[in-house]
Ligand binder design. Structure first.
Ligand code: C2E
Ligand code: MG
Ligand code: MG
Ligand code: MG
Length: 277
């Protein structure tokens, strides 16, 4: 009956594949035009200075409320958007909206820097420098109030030094640069020295068990130390507990972000919670 079992497994497999492929296609076609239909919005999650406890920055995170699918999590639609190239217009919408929001807050006395995630594709496909210039000019937001979060893949895919050049031009605009999910990619230490990076965001996968797993603790320690040596600020992502916070404070991590402090929330909630009365 091995043959029959094999056949069943095959059928199960292809049906599963088809369902997944169908879902991706559906997400792709619905995401197209989602911004124009008003289905996208940004939520904001605070980052705090670990020493002073002060609000340091707000990370803008995309949310999609689809008329057909309901709330779709970024874990589902961002990979599809990256594969299909839709991340270019969707990411541009997010950048524009974050700058508009930050400038509207700043003009009314609530100046909080915003961090926007930029996908590797946005970096390769189009000229991010020209886009940033345009969006900053349109919104009126001072460049110093904007941080761009890039993944290590951006650094790794440096063909012929083009990336270094682009990063330098971005820095010259006055924005700051963070490496997101640090430790999960393959960037070499040499890249970190060479590229004009302001912040390393330690991936939450390493932060999760720092209080109990000696290997994760060692990795996080190393990144904090590396940041100190290279004068790059370190941020721990996904901080959920007092024990993790204590560990990070003892080791001298600069900033923290995570559910222990706040979940991502709407712009209105963010303002209500963090604007000084
Ligand atoms: P990311 O940039 O690394 O963002 C951090 C993710 O961790 C967010 O998930 C956030 O809600 C979640 N998070 C924050 N604190 C905690 C915590 O304490 N515990 C746990 N378990 N999770 C925490 P989210 O909002 O679902 O976004 C997932 C990813 O989607 C982001 O990861 C980012 O890579 C991507 N993304 C979101 N918005 C954009 C965007 O505008 N453009 C691009 N290119 N990517 C985006
Ligand atoms: Mg991020
Ligand atoms: Mg991250
Ligand atoms: Mg991530």
């Amino acid at each position: 009956h091995a043959k029959e079992a094999g056949r069943n497994a095959y059928r199960f497999f292809t049906e599963h594949m088809n369902a997944e492929a169908r879902e991706r296609l559906q997400i792709q076609s619905l995401l197209h035009g989602a911004a124009e239909r008003g289905e996208l919005c940004l939520h904001y999650q605070p980052q705090f200075d670990l020493v002073s406890g002060e609000l340091a920055c707000a990370e803008a995170l995309l949310r999609w409320n689809s008329a057909e699918l309901g709330q779709v999590s970024p874990a589902r639609f961002i990979p599809v958007a990256e594969e299909s190239g839709l991340i270019v217009p969707v990411g541009e919408w997010a950048l524009r909206e974050a700058c508009r929001q930050a400038e509207s807050w700043r003009r009314t006395g609530f100046a909080v820097p915003v961090a926007v995630n930029l996908s590797a594709l946005q970096f390769r496909r189009s000229d991010p420098v020209e886009l940033l210039e345009r969006v900053l000019a349109e919104s009126g937001l001072p460049a110093a109030q904007l941080e761009l979060e890039l993944t290590e893949s951006v650094l790794v895919q440096d063909s012929g030094g083009g990336t270094l050049e682009r990063l330098r031009r971005l820095k010259a605009l006055g924005v700051s640069l963070a490496i997101d999910d640090f430790g999960t990619g393959f960037s070499s230490l040499a890249y970190l020295r060479r590229f004009p990076i302001d912040k390393l965001k330690i991936d939450q996968a390493f932060v999760r068990d720092i209080a109990t797993d000696p290997e994760d603790a060692a990795i996080v320690n190393l990144v904090i130390e590396l940041g100190r040596i290279l004068r790059i600020r370190t941020v721990a992502e996904g901080v959920e507990s007092e024990a993790q916070l204590r560990f990070l404070a003892e080791r001298g991590c600069d900033m923290v972000q995570g559910y222990h402090f706040a979940r991502p929330m709407t712009a209105a909630q963010f303002e209500a919670q963090y604007r000084a009365p």
